[in-house]
Design a protein around this ligand. Structure first.
Ligand SMILES: Nc1ncnc2c1ncn2[C@@H]1O[C@H](COP(=O)(O)OP(=O)(O)O)[C@@H](O)[C@H]1O
Ligand SMILES: [Mg+2]
Length: 229
């Protein structure tokens, strides 16, 4: 097993529904993504980008195939060994199009909410949150409310939040969709830096070709399969 492998899938399939409502979304996907890589995921709307991320993030169950996260085989025609919730908690960070910070909690409380729910010691999660806010150059906003931050700052907080559990994999579904060009570039460069410095694999869905130059590889969904460009 490779030291550098973050995600590997073999013959992964996903469809929804049965009979007239049957839709085949991903067919026989085969690929490996390494630690430290920022990979762009591009495809037309409805092609299955979110569906793929949700499978990799152990949110939606594939129909068949094999999937490894790091060196751990987590799926082989069914989920293996652990609860998917634990796998997500240990390995995965999620970033979404809108930042989805909780509006009535300040920045630091937004970061520590999930760790608290997962029974991480308060002092540990506070320390981690402050380190991340420092890293993203927004520590002075720790007691501000999300409404007092710009869109770009909120998205940085959302990225910081995705790093709270030291994930090996970050799944970002159109993280720059709500941002202007400059802020989008700044977010993508930040993701690139995280991938390199923290040796995290990041898959980022984007519709903006201008972001592709900052990514290590470009992954496409074509005819329901995965191809690299
Ligand atoms: N829960 C679901 N039930 C049925 N069909 C779904 C569900 N989620 C997604 N789909 C279908 O899967 C296809 C891919 O959707 P999606 O992954 O959201 O595409 P994208 O993110 O590339 O726009 C679409 O045809 C969509 O209608
Ligand atoms: Mg989508």
């Amino acid at each position: 097993m490779s030291q550098t492998q973050a995600i590997k899938v073999e013959n992964l399939n996903k469809s929804f529904g049965t009979g007239d409502a049957f839709v085949d979304v991903i067919k026989d996907a085969n690929f490996t993504i390494n630690k430290g890589e920022l990979v762009a995921l591009i495809a037309p709307s409805g092609a299955g980008k979110t569906t793929l991320l949700m499978m990799l993030g152990c949110v939606n169950e594939p129909n068949s195939g094999t999937m490894w996260l790091g060196d751990e085989k987590v799926y082989e025609d069914k989920w293996l060994t652990k609860k998917t919730r634990e796998i997500r908690r240990e390995k995965i960070g999620f970033i979404f199009q809108a930042h989805y910070l909780i509006p009535f909690l300040n920045i630091i409380d937004n970061l520590t909410l999930l760790p608290q729910a997962n029974k991480v010691k308060d002092s540990d999660s506070q320390k981690k949150a402050r380190e991340l806010l420092q890293y993203f150059d927004i520590l002075e906003k720790e007691t501000a409310m999300p409404s007092q931050l710009s869109g770009g700052q909120n998205q940085r907080v959302a990225i910081a939040r995705a790093l709270m559990n030291d994930p090996q994999i970050i799944l970002a579904d159109e993280p720059t969709a709500a941002l202007d060009m400059d802020r989008s570039i700044s977010v993508v460069k930040m993701l690139k830096k995280i991938a390199q410095e923290q040796n995290v694999a990041i898959i980022m869905v984007t519709h903006d070709d201008r972001m592709l130059q900052y990514c290590d590889r470009i992954m496409k969904i074509e005819n329901k399969g995965i191809v690299f460009q």
